[in-house]
Design a protein around this ligand. Structure first.
Ligand code: ADP
Ligand code: MG
Ligand code: MG
Length: 247
């Protein structure tokens, strides 16, 4: 599904941050990326999603066989790549449901499809809000306005489930991720994951991997993947930290 070959990227006109990343993600897999602060984890997520402040200087990102490096973020989203918003914007007057409906229909339009019928949309909202224990009054609130950390998380995961991407990239940078928020993310990812999609889960916290069982764990340090293992690597990291890998 995703194949990253020798990816180098920098901040526009700035220092190189990614220094030769190789990564392959197949359908049905969950990959966790861990690593010390400043390693380039969020940059990797942003570069795959196509954020414009970064420039790819070498290498390729193949999504379903096609290099997407020249694609705008929206095109990548239309192809089925979802990235959670690290700092979600507040949109007064636009409800949680209306925002996601608009996103779904925009996606369909890009594929030449008509808007989803109201009936189908309602069924989808019902199905996914029930899975995440989201109440009706939450769905009718203005997007992100006054949301608690847990509510932002819940909204993010709801967006992921509603959009049903092929590849979901979740960057769990928030140091305030409490146990409730961890559970929301974990329940969402576990109900989302199936044989046809894939998840790239970026996290500082081994704890999240107690709830989400990754197929692969990668350690990113100084812009490179320096070690890959299975879930036992996450336990080893919790135990020993990163220093033993860095020299
Ligand atoms: P991580 O998510 O692993 O903590 P980041 O990808 O956020 O690491 O950052 C990697 C390095 O790149 C850090 O030194 C960070 O300061 C720098 N960096 C990332 N994005 C920017 C940016 N937009 N402007 C300036 N420096 C950046
Ligand atoms: Mg960081
Ligand atoms: Mg980060």
């Amino acid at each position: 599904m995703l194949k990253i070959n020798n990816l180098h990227a920098r901040i526009q006109d700035g220092a190189e941050i990614l220094k030769g990343i190789n990564l392959q993600i197949n359908p049905g897999e969950v990959h966790a990326i861990m690593g010390p602060n400043g390693a380039g984890k969020s940059t990797l997520a942003s570069v795959v999603a196509g954020k414009e402040e970064y420039e790819v200087t070498e290498g390729e990102i193949l999504f379903e066989g096609n290099n997407i490096i020249e694609d705008a973020p929206e095109e990548r989203a239309h192809k089925g790549i979802f990235m959670s918003f690290q700092y979600p914007v507040e949109i007064p007057g636009v409800t949680v449901t209306n925002f996601i409906k608009a996103a779904i229909n925009e996606n369909r339009k890009a594929k030449g499809l008509e808007n989803m019928s109201a009936k189908e949309m309602l069924a989808l909202v019902k199905e996914n809000s029930e899975k995440l224990s989201i109440k009706r009054d939450f769905l009718n609130r203005s997007l992100n306005q006054g949301f608690s950390g847990g509510e932002k998380k819940r909204n993010e995961i709801f967006q992921m489930m509603m959009l049903n991407p092929k590849l979901a990239i979740l960057d769990e940078t928030d140091s305030g991720l409490d146990i409730d928020a961890l559970r929301i993310v974990a329940d969402g990812v576990n109900s989302f994951r199936n044989e046809g999609n894939a998840v790239l889960l970026i996290t500082h916290y081994q704890r999240l991997l107690d709830y989400i069982e990754p197929d692969f764990v990668h350690v990113l340090a100084d812009g490179k993947i320096i070690k890959t293992g299975d879930k036992s690597l996450a336990l080893e990291l919790e135990d020993k930290g990163y220093d033993w890998l860095l020299n």
